[in-house]
Design a protein around this ligand. Structure first.
Ligand SMILES: Nc1nc2c(ncn2[C@@H]2O[C@H](COP(=O)(O)O)[C@@H](O)[C@H]2O)c(=O)[nH]1
Ligand SMILES: [Mg+2]
Length: 567
């Protein structure tokens, strides 16, 4: 494959794609995997013939050899063009990770959530102010909040509040609790196993468990855990009524909801967005590429019209070419969407008809329209695009990602900004983890020998032969000395391993360890949720810019316990 670029072919009007290939309707196309993954590209034979190219004669030889040479040349050409191959940009904190194979070419519409998806907030600033307003609201109704301050390191996304016990817990993929905090104090491993040894986290029991789905959950969880301390130390006045941990959770929740829905917090953010929003100049360009590739772009946010308009203007307009404004990017925009119900039910829809936000009822969304409320079904009908032709990108694991998949079978992408820090922490702790794994392996070997000697000794006491003749012939003293020595070695290894295990993941968060892992070997509950509901996941939307709007994301092979190469 040779680059045909020359000054004459590099005209500003670009190559006419239609002359190079034709497209088959993506909804009809299934590939050899039985999925709409291969896409819809067809060679245009007339075009080749016009250039005197014989497609059979051009590619000669066995396909394996042709493919090897072409792949090498493709890599060389990408390097010459200064474009990193998707394979090289993989394994970076800004990679797009794939749990379920997804071909962007078979996607006709891409819907975006706004808050913490298209727009990333400075968590310390945004959640810090939400926390302040929440505490102010609690104070107004008589809660003692003096001396408390927002501590963003106290919690991470993916933890679960146990409203019955006033605890915050981290669970593994099987929903077993691995770490826990009561109020703001971490519980010992012994206390965790005594409390949760026979209990699993069960999110279906909504009265008890509350999953921290998004970065918006951080302010609420910090406020709640601090107030649990106040409830325990008896400083919450009796006149607030007999409060248990569940009642306290409701009180904190109410105070935070007031912060979100009453005007002050949002007005403060709208008046100085630069203090709260982390700008990303690449973001509008990523969406522009998708739009120009023929994707219908949708905005579906729970934020209201005025807030959405202000945030989107601030984050998009200055980075868009010519006189484009943020609204020019989207085919349909829905504000005050009321997700998750937006994906489940049908609410009345209103059209926003003036810049001031005046609305009138309407029954069908039109291209270019801005709406309030309505439902995903209405959007699908308006665009005549359904199910797996839509990719929805959001940050809320339940509201955005699980519900759009469960109810509409939309393809899904989760945005999780903390992945960048997590990825770097995982890389930097490679050495620590390797030393830890080595010590654990050594303990296993020593432990295996101890167990065999123990069995030999057990059989001897019953007058039976040991496992082998050599083991039967060991003398008593030799057997007992060997066992004692091995026990001491195992104890010493435990003393070394325990604090190292405790420290694993502290580069990400001192209390909770890594976001994606629970213990040394396993995935966290959060990671299991992501894997289950999000087809792809990444740290920010602009990471799409480094791929193309035609990218084929392929999931990795899953290893199983009985795979010979998984040892
Ligand atoms: N009433 C509540 N609103 C909340 C809460 N947490 C966040 N929010 C608001 O929802 C939208 C999220 O918008 P989206 O673009 O991500 O769909 C934003 O306006 C938040 O202020 C809450 O606990 N209660
Ligand atoms: Mg959001």
């Amino acid at each position: 494959m040779k680059c045909q670029c020359s000054s004459s072919s590099n005209s500003s009007s670009g190559v006419d794609e239609k002359s190079v290939f034709s497209l088959t309707s993506s909804s009809k196309y299934e590939d050899y995997l039985g999925e709409k993954t291969k896409g819809d590209l067809n060679v245009k034979v007339e075009h080749l013939e016009a250039f005197g190219i014989d497609s059979q004669a051009t590619i000669k030889g066995p396909m394996e050899e042709v493919a090897r040479v072409e792949a090498e040349e493709a890599e060389d050409l990408l390097r010459d063009l200064g474009i990193p191959t998707p394979f090289l940009s993989r394994q970076s904190p800004r990679d797009i990770f794939c749990s379920r194979t997804l071909h962007l070419q078979s996607i006709s519409a891409i819907g975006y959530d706004m808050d913490y998806t298209l727009i990333h907030y400075n968590v310390i600033a945004w959640e810090g102010r939400a926390y302040d307003y929440c505490m102010e609201n609690l104070k107004k109704v008589g809660f003692p909040v003096d001396g408390l301050a927002f501590d963003p390191d106290l919690v991470i996304r993916g933890l679960v509040i146990d409203k019955e016990k006033g605890n915050l817990v981290k669970a593994d993929r099987f929903a077993y609790v691995k770490r826990a905090m009561h109020g703001t104090k971490m519980l010992s491993n012994r206390a965790v196993s005594e409390m949760y040894g026979r209990e699993l986290v069960d999110l279906r029991k909504e009265s008890r468990w509350e999953f921290l789905n998004t970065l918006f959950s951080v302010s609420e969880a910090v406020a709640y855990m601090q107030m649990v301390d106040r409830l325990d130390d008896g400083t919450i006045a009796a006149q607030l009524g007999p409060l248990d941990y569940e009642g306290l959770y409701k009180a904190v929740g109410r105070a935070l909801i007031r912060a979100h829905v009453e005007g002050q917090l949002k007005s403060e953010i709208m008046s100085k967005p630069e203090l709260f929003v982390t700008p990303d100049p690449e973001l509008p360009l990523a969406l522009l590429d998708q739009k120009e590739a023929g994707k219908k772009l949708l905005l579906i946010t729970n934020s209201d019209y005025h807030y959405t308009d202000k945030m989107m203007q601030h984050s998009f307009n200055r980075f868009l070419p010519n006189d484009m404004g943020w609204r020019d990017l989207f085919d349909i925009m829905v504000v005050s969407a009321r997700k998750p119900e937006f994906f489940q039910l049908s609410h009345p829809m209103y059209e926003v008809v003036t810049r001031e936000g005046l609305m009138r009822p309407c029954f069908k969304a039109k291209t270019g329209g801005l709406y309030s409320g309505g439902s995903a079904q209405m959007v699908e009908n308006s665009l005549n695009i359904h199910g797996d032709e839509v990719l929805y990108v959001g940050d809320h694991i339940y509201t955005d990602v699980s519900q759009s998949k469960v109810h509409l079978r939309w393809r899904t992408a989760l945005i999780c900004r903390e992945l960048e820090e997590e990825f770097s922490a995982l890389i930097h702790s490679r050495g620590h983890r390797a030393s830890l794994v080595e010590l654990i392996n050594q303990k296993e070997v020593v432990g295996d020998l101890f167990n065999q000697l123990r069995l030999a000794s057990q059989r001897r006491t019953k007058g039976r032969p040991a496992q082998t003749l050599a083991a039967t012939n060991l003398d008593d003293q030799e057997l007992s000395e060997s066992m004692q020595k091995l026990l001491i070695v195992m104890q010493r290894l435990d003393q070394k391993i325990a604090p190292m295990l405790e420290a694993d993941g502290e580069l990400f968060n001192k209390r909770w360890g890594f976001l994606s892992r629970a213990g040394l070997w396993d995935k966290s509950y959060l990671m299991r949720q992501i894997e289950k509901y999000a087809d792809i996941y990444t740290s920010r939307v602009s990471n799409f810019l480094h791929y193309t709007p035609f990218m084929y994301f392929r999931s990795q092979e899953q290893t199983l316990a009985h795979d010979s190469y998984s040892y």
